[in-house]
Design a protein around this ligand. Structure first.
Ligand SMILES: [Zn+2]
Length: 356
């Protein structure tokens, strides 16, 4: 079962059609075509349709989420494929065919155009309501797996924080999905448990936040926010192995996540998603520090198994150290947990465009 899920997630990306690039002010879609391939382009107010013959891409439906392009869909046809690019309002499309011998590239740039306000079409009334924004919160550990234990137990703090963040976000009209709402594990097998959590970071949701509490042999203190990537720092890898299940299992899942990280280097869609994850991480880190006055341990990349397949901006937050004599006791209090929850929620809202 895990293998088939893996193929569904990664096979279409290996043959990326189109290749996607996100840039300041424009989104670029590049279609690699051989000599036989032909295409036609048609555009309406909100959709760019490309009809190809002589290509054979896999079907896909990809959320882009850039300021210019909402998503694109690739639909194979008997002769080739149709690609539907959902455009945001206020954009302009420019296409270029680059011809270098047998290999040709069709480059489609979707640019933001800044019209004077008086000339801007008044579309605000006719535009359909935006789809609900959905945030996935993952309270780390649970059930048989307590996580870090010190002045507090990690699985209790993470659940309490997630419930507090949910209350704040729901007041702002955001839908919240929790990976668990009680003291339960999703599977007694840690790899399956983390896999089930990760599967909730699918493209029908807007972002994914996994919440954790840290611990260290020599108690440090402070807040760290992670997005997916590799690291060579042995101390950090030890922490990642612990969060990935610990022991031999944790080492195996960490190796698997590192291999995914290497594959993602050549995957433009994943790379653009990582840019959004990094931005979300910075917003959340800044607002957490502002809300709590905690020590800043930075935004970092690490191969957390629960983040490895995310198709939406995804971060893992370490809100503090369970075994630090000051921070661990602070994590016991309702007031400090509420400050953390408000910091977390504010960072999420800022990323979603709801807050300053
Ligand atoms: Zn944890």
């Amino acid at each position: 079962m895990r293998l088939s899920a893996f193929l569904v997630l990664f096979f279409p990306l290996a043959l990326a059609f189109p290749r996607l690039g996100l840039h300041e002010g424009y989104t670029r879609l590049v279609f690699d075509l051989d000599a036989r391939a032909q295409y036609q382009i048609a555009q309406t107010a909100d959709t760019l349709t490309l009809r190809f013959t002589g290509v054979a891409p896999s079907p896909s439906d990809t959320e882009v989420g850039s300021p210019q392009v909402a998503s694109y869909q690739v639909v194979p046809t008997p002769q080739g494929a149709q690609v539907f690019v959902r455009l945001r309002p206020g954009v302009e499309v420019r296409t270029t065919l680059l011809d270098d011998g047998p290999r040709r590239r069709l480059v489609v740039d979707v640019l933001t155009v800044n019209r004077p306000a008086s000339q801007a079409p008044s579309r605000t009334n006719t535009r359909p309501a935006p789809p609900p924004r959905i945030v996935v919160l993952d309270p780390g550990h649970g059930g048989v797996d307590p996580g870090a234990v010190g002045f507090v137990v990690e699985k209790e703090v993470t659940l309490d924080l997630a419930l507090r963040v949910r209350r704040i976000l729901e007041r702002e009209g955001i839908q919240v999905v929790l990976t668990r709402e009680r003291d339960v594990h999703l599977s007694p097998n840690k790899a399956t448990d983390l896999g089930l959590r990760a599967e909730m970071a699918n493209s029908r949701r807007n972002l994914f936040v996994s919440i954790h509490v840290n611990s260290a042999p020599n108690p440090a203190q402070g807040i760290e926010v992670y997005y997916f990537g590799n690291t060579l720092d042995p101390a950090l890898l030890a922490q990642v192995i612990r969060e990935n299940g610990g022991g031999e299992l944790g080492r195996r899942l960490t190796r698997e996540a590192q291999q995914v990280s290497e594959r993602l280097m050549s995957d433009l869609i994943a790379q653009s998603n990582l840019k959004f994850s990094r931005q979300l991480a910075h917003y959340v880190q800044a607002s957490l520090l502002q809300a709590t006055g905690a020590v800043d341990r930075g935004v970092r990349q690490a191969p957390f198994y629960v983040l490895r397949n995310a198709r939406i901006p995804a971060i893992l937050v370490e809100v503090g150290f369970a075994n630090h004599p000051v921070e661990g006791r602070r994590l016991q209090t309702s007031a400090y947990r509420q400050a953390l929850a408000e910091g977390l929620a504010r960072g999420i809202l800022r990323f979603l465009g709801n807050g300053g």
